[in-house]
Ligand binder design. Structure first.
Ligand SMILES: C=C(OP(=O)(O)O)C(=O)O
Ligand SMILES: [Mg+2]
Length: 572
């Protein structure tokens, strides 16, 4: 039995066999074959096996994830039937007496570099398809198994170096009971996805892949951040018990689903949820969310091979607004970049993607993408209470430009007779320190702020939110962060505007008493954090929390803040 310590990223306990999700080694080298005909047959068999595997994946994707995702695999199947790719491979085997894997790789590399150098989106996508299927064929030829999380059909815990947000979105909740990764932090997007999918997860263990073999029994404790490898029968029994306690606790919280969030001294605050897809609304309702405080629309653009159309987006936004039945829904415009990539945009690799061409910066430059999204939002606005929010605003000028584009699209729609709501609030994320510092200036022009502490902390502390080696610097309760938050809340209230927070800090039991005392109006968090947060706020007095404001803001270190909150507000 061995124990690893990581970061509890999604509450709950999973006990199951390990399933290692890794990119296998697929290097090939050239050898000379004596029987070229036999080698060609071996190649054809590998193609057949790859095809039947892809057929299965395609059917599964169609059932579980819909037509769009299934089409990716249909395109892969077409590549595997294309004589323009297959014949040169066979020719190479015959003429050079080359081994099949080497011939396949050489031929595929030639097509990939040819297609990639063309200034044509379609051809670039075909290059990506060829790269993908080549991996599969070579894996068959050299006898290596490619992992495929969507084909898992028994209960497992996934072990990976890292999971991309779209890997996470494709996990089958029925069989994937939990996951653990070497890298990542609580605010990496795979962790955020895990919380919205309610899959227990521990990230940033540094050595899960080095220490855990396929098939080993593993316990993932997303509450404490512990991962137990090859546990004894007693340990399993103890964790089964802890799991049941957690379930019982959840049942207690569930009694507050329809209660308002009112502090002990009668002050109401709004508890909202962060969502990534329209399907997440069900979890918001089940967990008693009073609003959607952040709809991360970028997930609509991910895990596919082209941009979503205006109509597809309209349907998604309409579904969220309709299902929230008039409760507020803050939709954030496309925030791509950082750890959220869109391969089909073919953006050049950057040295510092979190500081690069992303979010509103990209939208103001690639206005077709931005305007399509805004039109879809404006058309959907009549189905509920829509609020539009721009991400990563660093300057007032960016906000003004984004708002001007929105108003232009609104006027254009109205001139064509489309009805658009007149009550759409327009706000911004505060996740860049310059914007927090200038909040008094912004407050005169925006309708609301939502503080994105996931990024605000990383930019203020200069500590990458994904990098577990600097996670000691990732300090949401650092007085520097608390002072920035205070600047924003005070500036907004002076102008009669409201302030929310949609970074993970909003659902954190240590942060909640501080934020309540600072006057935060709306707390937006993973849906599963809402009921514990409500329970906590029902037992806090806002006035008393506010009475500690100056003292907390005057503290010198993060630890001082933590110790004070734990003692004063009885937080575990
Ligand atoms: C909510 C935020 O946005 P994201 O986590 O999507 O970057 C944030 O930065 O706090
Ligand atoms: Mg952010």
């Amino acid at each position: 039995m061995l124990e690893l310590k990581g970061i509890g990223a999604s509450a709950g306990i999973a006990i199951a066999k390990a399933y290692r999700l890794e990119e296998p080694e697929l290097t090939v080298s050239k050898t000379t074959v004596a029987d070229q005909d036999a080698e060609i047959r071996r190649f054809e068999e590998a193609i057949q096996k790859s095809k039947s595997e892809l057929e299965k994946i395609k059917d599964h994707a169609f059932k579980e994830l819909g037509k769009d995702k299934a089409e990716i695999f249909a395109a892969h199947l077409l590549v595997l039937s294309d004589p323009e790719l297959l014949n040169p491979v066979k020719d190479k085997i015959s003429s050079d007496a080359s081994n099949a894997e080497f011939a396949m790789k050489e031929t595929a590399d030639m097509f990939v570099s040819m297609f990639e150098s063309m200034d044509n989106e379609y051809m670039k996508e075909r290059a990506a398809d060829i790269r993908d299927v080549t991996k599969r064929v070579i894996a068959h030829l050299i006898g290596v198994e490619l992992p495929n999380p969507s084909l898992i059909s028994e209960e497992v815990v996934i072990i990976a170096e890292d999971l991309t947000p779209s890997d996470t979105a494709q996990l089958n909740r029925q069989y994937v009971l939990g996951f653990t990764t070497d890298i990542g932090g609580r605010t990496s997007h795979s962790a955020i996805m895990a919380r919205s999918m309610e899959i227990p997860a521990v990230v940033g263990t540094k050595e899960a892949t080095a220490k855990i073999q396929n098939g080993t029994m593993v316990i993932v404790d997303g509450l404490s951040g512990d991962v137990i490898i090859d546990p004894s029968a007693e340990t399993i029994a103890a964790y089964e018990e802890k799991k049941q306690q957690h379930e019982a606790q959840k049942a207690e919280w569930a009694k507050l689903v329809n209660e308002p969030t009112v502090s002990k001294d009668g002050q109401h605050v709004e508890l909202a949820a962060n969502i990534g897809t329209p399907k997440d609304v069900k979890g918001v309702i089940e967990n008693g969310g009073e609003a959607v405080g952040l709809y991360r629309t970028e997930f609509l653009y991910m895990g596919r091979d082209q941009l979503p159309t205006e109509d597809e987006q309209f349907e998604a936004y309409k579904a969220v607004l309709t299902n929230m039945e008039g409760k507020p829904v803050v939709v954030r415009t496309l925030d791509i970049g950082g750890d959220k990539e869109l391969p089909y945009l073919h953006l050049p690799k950057e040295m510092n993607p979190f500081l690069g061409f992303r979010a509103i910066r990209l939208c103001l430059e690639e206005q077709d993408i931005f305007r399509t999204q805004l039109r879809a939002l404006l058309r959907a606005s009549v189905y509920g209470n829509l609020r539009i929010m721009f991400p990563m605003i660093a300057t007032l000028d960016e906000f003004r430009q984004a708002k001007a584009v929105l108003l232009e699209e609104k006027a254009a729609l109205q001139s064509k007779g489309t009805v658009v709501s007149e009550n759409i609030e327009i706000g911004i994320m505060v996740e860049i320190p310059s914007t927090a510092v200038m909040a008094d200036v912004f407050a005169k022009e925006v309708d609301f702020f939502s503080i994105g502490t996931n990024d605000l902390v990383q930019y203020t502390m200069a500590a990458d939110r994904m990098n577990e080696r600097v996670s000691y610097l990732y300090q949401p309760y650092n007085p520097a962060i608390l002072r920035l938050i205070t600047l924003v809340i005070e500036a907004a209230h002076k102008e009669g505007k409201w302030v929310g927070m949609c970074g993970e800090m909003a659902g954190d039991p240590i942060a909640i008493p501080i934020l309540l005392g600072l006057g935060l109006d709306e707390f937006s968090m993973s849906a599963t954090s809402i009921l514990p947060a409500r329970t906590q706020i029902l037992n806090l007095s806002k006035e008393e929390a506010a009475s500690h404001k100056e003292q907390i803001l005057g503290m010198q270190t993060t630890q001082e803040v933590i110790d004070f909150v734990k003692k004063t507000f009885d937080v575990k």
